[in-house]
Design a protein around this ligand. Structure first.
Ligand code: NAP
Length: 276
Protein backbone atom coordinates (compact mmCIF):
# COMPACT_ATOMS: atom_id res chain seq x y z
CA UNK A 1 0.00 0.00 0.00
CA UNK A 2 2.72 2.43 1.06
CA UNK A 3 4.86 1.40 -1.91
CA UNK A 4 1.95 1.98 -4.30
CA UNK A 5 1.37 5.48 -2.94
CA UNK A 6 5.08 6.35 -3.21
CA UNK A 7 5.05 5.22 -6.84
CA UNK A 8 1.90 7.25 -7.51
CA UNK A 9 3.45 10.39 -6.10
CA UNK A 10 6.66 9.84 -8.07
CA UNK A 11 4.58 9.50 -11.26
CA UNK A 12 2.63 12.64 -10.42
CA UNK A 13 5.85 14.53 -9.77
CA UNK A 14 7.24 13.42 -13.13
CA UNK A 15 4.46 15.27 -14.94
CA UNK A 16 5.67 18.58 -13.54
CA UNK A 17 9.31 18.34 -14.54
CA UNK A 18 9.33 20.76 -17.47
CA UNK A 19 10.12 24.35 -16.60
CA UNK A 20 10.33 27.31 -18.96
CA UNK A 21 13.77 27.76 -20.55
CA UNK A 22 15.21 31.08 -19.46
CA UNK A 23 18.86 30.70 -20.46
CA UNK A 24 20.47 32.10 -23.58
CA UNK A 25 23.86 30.61 -22.81
CA UNK A 26 24.13 29.04 -26.30
CA UNK A 27 23.39 32.24 -28.19
CA UNK A 28 25.31 32.43 -31.48
CA UNK A 29 26.60 28.85 -31.12
CA UNK A 30 26.12 26.49 -34.03
CA UNK A 31 25.22 22.86 -33.40
CA UNK A 32 24.81 19.62 -35.27
CA UNK A 33 22.70 16.91 -33.64
CA UNK A 34 22.55 13.59 -35.47
CA UNK A 35 19.37 11.49 -35.42
CA UNK A 36 17.49 14.58 -34.32
CA UNK A 37 14.06 14.15 -35.88
CA UNK A 38 12.67 12.10 -33.00
CA UNK A 39 13.33 10.95 -29.45
CA UNK A 40 16.35 12.14 -27.50
CA UNK A 41 18.01 13.80 -30.52
CA UNK A 42 14.92 15.89 -31.25
CA UNK A 43 14.70 17.03 -27.63
CA UNK A 44 18.39 17.93 -27.59
CA UNK A 45 18.09 19.91 -30.83
CA UNK A 46 15.06 21.74 -29.47
CA UNK A 47 16.71 22.55 -26.14
CA UNK A 48 19.92 23.84 -27.76
CA UNK A 49 17.84 26.04 -30.06
CA UNK A 50 15.72 27.27 -27.12
CA UNK A 51 18.95 28.34 -25.45
CA UNK A 52 19.92 30.37 -28.52
CA UNK A 53 21.88 27.97 -30.75
CA UNK A 54 21.41 27.57 -34.49
CA UNK A 55 20.86 23.86 -34.96
CA UNK A 56 21.25 21.55 -37.96
CA UNK A 57 18.63 18.80 -37.72
CA UNK A 58 19.33 15.49 -39.46
CA UNK A 59 18.28 11.89 -39.86
CA UNK A 60 17.87 9.32 -42.65
CA UNK A 61 14.40 10.16 -43.91
CA UNK A 62 13.69 13.40 -45.73
CA UNK A 63 10.09 13.59 -44.52
CA UNK A 64 11.18 13.25 -40.89
CA UNK A 65 13.72 16.04 -41.37
CA UNK A 66 11.10 18.27 -43.01
CA UNK A 67 8.56 17.67 -40.24
CA UNK A 68 11.06 18.25 -37.42
CA UNK A 69 12.37 21.46 -38.99
CA UNK A 70 8.83 22.75 -39.55
CA UNK A 71 7.83 21.98 -35.97
CA UNK A 72 10.84 23.73 -34.46
CA UNK A 73 10.62 26.73 -36.80
CA UNK A 74 6.95 27.12 -35.88
CA UNK A 75 8.21 27.74 -32.33
CA UNK A 76 10.51 30.49 -33.61
CA UNK A 77 13.68 28.41 -33.27
CA UNK A 78 16.65 28.78 -35.64
CA UNK A 79 17.04 25.38 -37.28
CA UNK A 80 17.86 23.98 -40.66
CA UNK A 81 17.73 20.39 -41.86
CA UNK A 82 19.54 17.87 -44.02
CA UNK A 83 19.25 14.15 -44.66
CA UNK A 84 22.13 12.29 -43.02
CA UNK A 85 22.44 8.57 -42.47
CA UNK A 86 25.46 8.63 -40.19
CA UNK A 87 26.85 5.46 -41.77
CA UNK A 88 27.10 7.12 -45.22
CA UNK A 89 30.23 9.16 -46.01
CA UNK A 90 28.47 11.33 -48.62
CA UNK A 91 25.70 12.21 -46.16
CA UNK A 92 28.17 13.19 -43.45
CA UNK A 93 30.11 15.36 -45.92
CA UNK A 94 26.88 17.06 -46.92
CA UNK A 95 25.94 17.55 -43.26
CA UNK A 96 29.10 19.54 -42.54
CA UNK A 97 28.97 21.45 -45.84
CA UNK A 98 25.34 22.48 -45.32
CA UNK A 99 26.03 23.50 -41.72
CA UNK A 100 28.91 25.69 -42.84
CA UNK A 101 26.93 27.15 -45.73
CA UNK A 102 23.77 27.84 -43.70
CA UNK A 103 25.25 28.90 -40.37
CA UNK A 104 28.94 29.67 -41.03
CA UNK A 105 30.75 27.17 -38.77
CA UNK A 106 30.37 24.68 -35.95
CA UNK A 107 30.64 24.88 -32.14
CA UNK A 108 28.80 21.80 -30.92
CA UNK A 109 28.65 18.27 -32.35
CA UNK A 110 26.24 15.82 -30.75
CA UNK A 111 26.64 12.28 -32.03
CA UNK A 112 23.35 10.69 -31.02
CA UNK A 113 22.47 8.07 -33.66
CA UNK A 114 22.47 4.42 -32.66
CA UNK A 115 20.86 1.17 -33.71
CA UNK A 116 20.12 -2.13 -32.06
CA UNK A 117 18.85 -4.35 -34.90
CA UNK A 118 18.92 -7.60 -32.95
CA UNK A 119 18.57 -8.25 -29.28
CA UNK A 120 19.72 -11.50 -27.73
CA UNK A 121 22.86 -13.06 -26.39
CA UNK A 122 26.13 -11.79 -27.84
CA UNK A 123 27.34 -15.15 -29.12
CA UNK A 124 24.01 -16.02 -30.74
CA UNK A 125 24.34 -13.03 -33.09
CA UNK A 126 25.90 -12.88 -36.55
CA UNK A 127 28.93 -11.02 -37.87
CA UNK A 128 26.54 -8.91 -39.93
CA UNK A 129 24.70 -7.72 -36.83
CA UNK A 130 27.98 -7.01 -35.02
CA UNK A 131 29.24 -4.93 -37.98
CA UNK A 132 25.99 -2.97 -38.31
CA UNK A 133 25.91 -2.08 -34.62
CA UNK A 134 29.57 -1.10 -34.48
CA UNK A 135 29.36 0.86 -37.77
CA UNK A 136 26.52 3.06 -36.59
CA UNK A 137 27.07 3.25 -32.83
CA UNK A 138 30.86 3.57 -32.73
CA UNK A 139 32.57 4.02 -36.10
CA UNK A 140 30.20 6.75 -37.29
CA UNK A 141 30.92 8.73 -34.10
CA UNK A 142 34.66 8.35 -34.71
CA UNK A 143 34.19 9.56 -38.30
CA UNK A 144 31.89 12.44 -37.34
CA UNK A 145 34.41 13.59 -34.73
CA UNK A 146 37.26 13.40 -37.24
CA UNK A 147 35.34 15.14 -40.00
CA UNK A 148 34.09 17.91 -37.69
CA UNK A 149 37.58 18.95 -36.61
CA UNK A 150 38.34 21.38 -39.46
CA UNK A 151 35.21 23.32 -38.50
CA UNK A 152 35.59 23.00 -34.72
CA UNK A 153 39.30 23.92 -34.73
CA UNK A 154 38.63 27.06 -36.72
CA UNK A 155 36.31 28.04 -33.96
CA UNK A 156 36.88 31.26 -32.04
CA UNK A 157 34.51 30.47 -29.18
CA UNK A 158 35.87 29.49 -25.77
CA UNK A 159 35.16 25.79 -25.68
CA UNK A 160 33.81 23.91 -28.67
CA UNK A 161 32.18 20.73 -27.55
CA UNK A 162 31.57 17.19 -28.75
CA UNK A 163 29.01 15.06 -26.96
CA UNK A 164 28.49 11.34 -27.46
CA UNK A 165 25.44 9.40 -26.30
CA UNK A 166 26.11 6.08 -24.61
CA UNK A 167 23.81 4.25 -22.18
CA UNK A 168 23.74 2.89 -18.65
CA UNK A 169 23.93 -0.53 -20.35
CA UNK A 170 27.56 0.33 -21.18
CA UNK A 171 28.37 -0.15 -17.48
CA UNK A 172 26.39 -3.20 -16.52
CA UNK A 173 24.91 -6.43 -17.79
CA UNK A 174 21.48 -5.83 -19.30
CA UNK A 175 19.83 -8.95 -20.55
CA UNK A 176 19.47 -9.08 -24.35
CA UNK A 177 21.34 -5.83 -25.04
CA UNK A 178 24.63 -7.71 -25.64
CA UNK A 179 26.40 -6.28 -28.70
CA UNK A 180 24.68 -2.90 -28.34
CA UNK A 181 26.08 -2.65 -24.79
CA UNK A 182 29.57 -3.56 -25.97
CA UNK A 183 29.50 -0.87 -28.68
CA UNK A 184 28.36 1.69 -26.10
CA UNK A 185 31.12 0.71 -23.64
CA UNK A 186 33.62 1.34 -26.43
CA UNK A 187 32.02 4.75 -26.91
CA UNK A 188 32.94 5.65 -23.31
CA UNK A 189 36.55 4.91 -24.18
CA UNK A 190 36.37 6.82 -27.48
CA UNK A 191 35.08 9.81 -25.48
CA UNK A 192 37.81 9.64 -22.86
CA UNK A 193 40.70 9.17 -25.26
CA UNK A 194 39.65 11.80 -27.81
CA UNK A 195 39.01 14.22 -24.92
CA UNK A 196 42.68 13.97 -24.00
CA UNK A 197 43.80 14.27 -27.61
CA UNK A 198 41.67 17.37 -28.20
CA UNK A 199 42.17 19.08 -24.84
CA UNK A 200 45.07 21.18 -26.10
CA UNK A 201 42.95 22.32 -29.03
CA UNK A 202 40.39 23.63 -26.54
CA UNK A 203 37.76 21.13 -27.68
CA UNK A 204 35.89 19.30 -24.91
CA UNK A 205 34.52 15.78 -25.44
CA UNK A 206 31.94 14.40 -23.04
CA UNK A 207 29.32 11.71 -22.97
CA UNK A 208 25.84 11.19 -21.58
CA UNK A 209 24.75 7.73 -20.46
CA UNK A 210 20.94 7.72 -20.32
CA UNK A 211 19.01 5.20 -18.31
CA UNK A 212 15.61 4.09 -19.55
CA UNK A 213 14.11 6.99 -21.48
CA UNK A 214 10.63 6.96 -22.95
CA UNK A 215 11.16 6.94 -26.75
CA UNK A 216 10.27 4.62 -29.64
CA UNK A 217 13.67 2.98 -29.25
CA UNK A 218 12.81 1.70 -25.77
CA UNK A 219 9.10 0.97 -26.37
CA UNK A 220 9.35 -2.72 -25.55
CA UNK A 221 10.44 -1.80 -22.01
CA UNK A 222 7.24 0.11 -21.16
CA UNK A 223 4.50 -0.72 -23.68
CA UNK A 224 2.64 -3.07 -21.36
CA UNK A 225 1.96 -2.57 -17.65
CA UNK A 226 3.98 -5.69 -16.95
CA UNK A 227 6.98 -4.43 -18.94
CA UNK A 228 6.70 -0.98 -17.30
CA UNK A 229 6.55 -2.41 -13.79
CA UNK A 230 9.48 -4.73 -14.43
CA UNK A 231 11.60 -1.97 -16.01
CA UNK A 232 10.95 0.60 -13.32
CA UNK A 233 11.46 -1.85 -10.46
CA UNK A 234 15.23 -1.44 -10.87
CA UNK A 235 15.18 2.36 -11.10
CA UNK A 236 15.61 4.33 -7.87
CA UNK A 237 13.03 6.97 -8.89
CA UNK A 238 10.60 4.27 -10.08
CA UNK A 239 9.82 5.98 -13.35
CA UNK A 240 11.17 6.30 -16.89
CA UNK A 241 13.18 9.36 -17.88
CA UNK A 242 12.06 11.81 -20.53
CA UNK A 243 14.12 12.91 -23.49
CA UNK A 244 13.93 16.49 -22.15
CA UNK A 245 15.83 15.28 -19.09
CA UNK A 246 18.67 14.20 -21.38
CA UNK A 247 18.44 17.41 -23.41
CA UNK A 248 19.00 19.62 -20.37
CA UNK A 249 22.23 17.77 -19.55
CA UNK A 250 23.38 18.04 -23.17
CA UNK A 251 22.75 21.81 -23.10
CA UNK A 252 24.80 22.11 -19.91
CA UNK A 253 27.70 20.07 -21.30
CA UNK A 254 27.64 22.00 -24.57
CA UNK A 255 27.72 25.35 -22.79
CA UNK A 256 30.58 27.24 -21.23
CA UNK A 257 29.03 26.37 -17.85
CA UNK A 258 30.84 23.06 -18.38
CA UNK A 259 34.08 24.69 -19.57
CA UNK A 260 36.27 22.63 -17.18
CA UNK A 261 34.59 19.28 -17.86
CA UNK A 262 36.10 16.98 -20.45
CA UNK A 263 36.47 13.23 -20.90
CA UNK A 264 33.55 12.73 -18.53
CA UNK A 265 30.35 10.72 -18.78
CA UNK A 266 27.23 11.88 -16.96
CA UNK A 267 24.80 9.08 -16.18
CA UNK A 268 21.20 10.31 -16.30
CA UNK A 269 19.29 7.36 -14.97
CA UNK A 270 16.94 8.26 -12.11
CA UNK A 271 19.10 6.18 -9.81
CA UNK A 272 20.75 3.30 -11.62
CA UNK A 273 24.33 3.59 -10.53
CA UNK A 274 27.28 3.67 -12.92
CA UNK A 275 29.97 4.15 -10.27
CA UNK A 276 31.11 2.97 -6.86
P1 NAP B 1 14.67 6.93 -31.21
O1 NAP B 1 13.55 7.55 -30.45
O2 NAP B 1 14.44 5.61 -31.84
O3 NAP B 1 15.15 8.01 -32.31
C1 NAP B 1 15.51 7.60 -33.51
C2 NAP B 1 16.05 8.80 -34.31
O4 NAP B 1 17.22 8.33 -34.93
C3 NAP B 1 15.10 9.22 -35.40
O5 NAP B 1 15.23 10.63 -35.60
C4 NAP B 1 15.62 8.46 -36.63
O6 NAP B 1 15.18 9.13 -37.79
C5 NAP B 1 17.14 8.55 -36.35
N1 NAP B 1 18.02 7.54 -36.93
C6 NAP B 1 17.95 6.20 -36.82
N2 NAP B 1 18.98 5.61 -37.46
C7 NAP B 1 19.75 6.61 -37.97
C8 NAP B 1 20.95 6.65 -38.73
N3 NAP B 1 21.59 5.53 -39.11
N4 NAP B 1 21.45 7.86 -39.06
C9 NAP B 1 20.83 9.00 -38.70
N5 NAP B 1 19.69 9.03 -37.99
C10 NAP B 1 19.16 7.85 -37.62
O7 NAP B 1 15.98 6.71 -30.31
P2 NAP B 1 16.36 7.36 -28.90
O8 NAP B 1 15.78 6.55 -27.84
O9 NAP B 1 16.07 8.81 -28.96
O10 NAP B 1 17.93 7.11 -28.85
C11 NAP B 1 18.87 8.14 -29.10
C12 NAP B 1 20.18 7.76 -28.49
O11 NAP B 1 20.03 7.54 -27.09
C13 NAP B 1 20.82 6.48 -29.03
O12 NAP B 1 22.22 6.67 -29.11
C14 NAP B 1 20.49 5.44 -27.98
O13 NAP B 1 21.44 4.40 -27.96
C15 NAP B 1 20.61 6.29 -26.73
N6 NAP B 1 19.90 5.74 -25.58
C16 NAP B 1 18.55 5.63 -25.56
C17 NAP B 1 17.92 5.12 -24.44
C18 NAP B 1 16.43 4.99 -24.31
O14 NAP B 1 15.96 4.40 -23.32
N7 NAP B 1 15.65 5.50 -25.24
C19 NAP B 1 18.69 4.70 -23.35
C20 NAP B 1 20.06 4.81 -23.40
C21 NAP B 1 20.67 5.34 -24.52
P3 NAP B 1 15.15 8.42 -39.26
O15 NAP B 1 14.30 7.21 -39.14
O16 NAP B 1 14.59 9.48 -40.17
O17 NAP B 1 16.58 8.12 -39.56
Amino acid sequence: MLRASIIQSVRRYSVNIASPIKSNRLEDKIAIVTASTDGIGFSIAKRLAQEGAKVMISSRKELNVKNAVEELRSEGLQVSGVVCHVGKAEDRKNLFEKTKANFGGLDILISNAAVNPAIGQVLDNTEEVWDKIFDINLKSTFLLMKESLPLLKRNKSFSPSIITISTIAAYRYCESLGIYSISKTALLSLTRITAMELALHGIRVNCIAPGLIKTKFSKQYYDTQEAYDFSTSNIGMKRLGTSDEIASVAAFLASDDASYITGETIAVTGGIFSRL
